[in-house]
Design a protein around this ligand. Structure first.
Ligand SMILES: NC(=O)c1ccc[n+]([C@@H]2O[C@H](COP(=O)([O-])OP(=O)(O)OC[C@H]3O[C@@H](n4cnc5c(N)ncnc54)[C@H](O)[C@@H]3O)[C@@H](O)[C@H]2O)c1
Ligand SMILES: [Zn+2]
Length: 405
């Protein structure tokens, strides 16, 4: 038996945040990030709609990108005091993910972060509050997923929390919020969405319910991401929907080792002054992982189907897989994303020598590889890597080498 779960309601289209006016409840807490939602007037809009619904509204502001365990605990404490019956999270993946984790701690004040990390082990929520998610980036699709990614900065590791309990009750996919994204954010979140769809399609948990979502998302991203990056608002609206479809696919089919690797490298070199941004990490690692996974015949056939679906050409399965790899590298070029960690500058753009020094990378590699193999996303990857293989794969991602093992 398998399960397929999505939010009970999804509202989409420009201006759809207005639906908040119709929520029934007494108190809502609005969780947001560092200021973009306030600056562009979306926060005021959301607050006024909730007030129109007759609710007392409290704000929890300033959730940082790649939110920490600390922030989660602070937000949960505010919720325990305020006792909201709605949690409304808006912004990028970071504030929405943080709010999901706060929700667990709010409902179960005794729970530890370690207990929250137990995959599909979260206790029954909705005893105190229900959850609305309003994304402002077009990538993570956390508004429809059963996941939340929280960073433990002491360990320098990202932990994915996973359970259908944290799938939001209501998702509002209003593309007006995505119109203010700077180009770089469009590129990174767009390639995150592409990675979600590709990993879901080849995941060992793929099924008839997730395949159409994944394939349609890939073709929409193929058609619209570069135009959205270049400022076309129509394309940006389609990307907002595409990333959500990809999310519906991967929330139910799970992901693979591109994400395992991105989770374990994102914060691993913070002491050198930068993060490897989630979507950029995925964009660099995806072509390498395809080459690695394609050594398994069933996975290769699925990559070939993707290549066929978006018309990349090729005679044999091997040709098609190669065309898909080259196509994704071409996307990175069009979106100004480097091809490997060595060339990943602190500003996320190409640099001859990026911010991660070679000797530091090599010194930390065994630990990072071990952690990546142990990541929650590894289990559904079509090929199970050993720690040694993971080290080799990471070297390919650092130096931009072909994967011949
Ligand atoms: N829960 C999931 O299923 C899932 C899936 C993939 C990734 N993630 C996680 O999500 C996080 C990344 O989320 P993200 O990529 O959405 O970025 P983000 O939430 O970290 O935001 C990045 C920056 O963009 C700004 N921003 C957001 N929306 C904007 C807008 N419309 N206009 C202008 N600026 C805007 C934010 O203020 C922030 O500074 C990572 O921690 C990643 O691991 C979660
Ligand atoms: Zn992702």
């Amino acid at each position: 038996m398998a399960r397929f779960t999505l939010p009970r309601d999804l509202y989409h289209g420009k201006g759809s945040v207005e639906i908040l006016k119709t929520l029934k409840g007494k108190k809502a807490i609005v969780c947001v990030g560092g200021g973009s939602m306030k600056k562009f007037g979306f926060l005021d809009k959301v607050v006024s709609y909730l007030e129109e619904a007759g609710m007392e509204v409290k704000l929890f502001e300033g959730i940082e990108p790649d939110p920490s365990v600390d922030t989660v605990m602070k937000g949960a404490a505010v919720m325990q005091e305020f006792e909201p019956d709605w949690i409304v999270a808006m912004g990028g993946g970071s504030p929405i993910d943080a709010a999901k984790a706060m929700w667990i701690k709010y409902e179960y004040p005794e729970i530890t972060f370690e207990e929250m990390c137990k995959v599909f082990g979260i206790p029954e929520l909705r005893q105190k509050a229900r959850f609305v998610a309003i994304p402002s980036t077009s990538g993570t699709a956390t508004e429809v997923t059963a996941f939340s990614v929280i960073t433990d900065y002491e360990k320098g590791i990202k932990y994915p929390l996973a359970d259908f309990e944290i799938t939001p009750d209501i998702a509002i996919v209003d593309s007006e919020l995505a119109e203010t994204m700077p180009k770089k954010l469009v590129a990174h979140t767009g390639m995150d969405a592409m990675t979600h769809a590709v990993e879901a399609y080849v995941s060992t948990c793929n099924c008839d319910y997730t395949d159409p979502l994944a394939l349609h998302a890939i073709s929409m991203i193929d058609e619209h991401l570069v135009d959205s990056y270049n400022g076309d608002n129509g394309a940006r609206e389609r990307m907002h929907n595409a990333q959500c479809l990809a999310g519906m696919a991967f929330s139910n089919a799970l992901l693979g080792i591109v994400h395992s690797m991105a989770h374990k490298t994102g914060a691993a070199f913070d002491d050198f002054g930068a993060h490897i941004i989630h979507g950029a990490a995925n964009a660099m690692y995806l072509p390498k992982v395809i080459e690695f996974n394609a050594k398994v015949e069933s996975a290769a056939k699925r990559y070939a189907k993707i290549a066929d679906f978006i018309g990349l050409g090729g005679e044999t399965v091997a040709d098609k897989v190669e065309n898909l790899i080259q196509y994704l590298r071409g996307m990175n070029d069009k979106l100004n994303i480097p091809q490997c960690i060595k060339n990943y500058g602190a500003d996320s753009y190409y640099a001859e020598q990026g911010f991660v020094p070679e000797e530091v990378f090599l010194e930390r590699l065994p630990e990072i590889a071990k952690n990546a193999v142990g990541d929650a996303c590894t289990g559904s990857n079509p090929r199970q890597p050993s720690v040694e293989e993971m080290e080799k794969l990471f070297k390919c991602c650092y130096y931009d080498l072909r994967v011949d093992f």
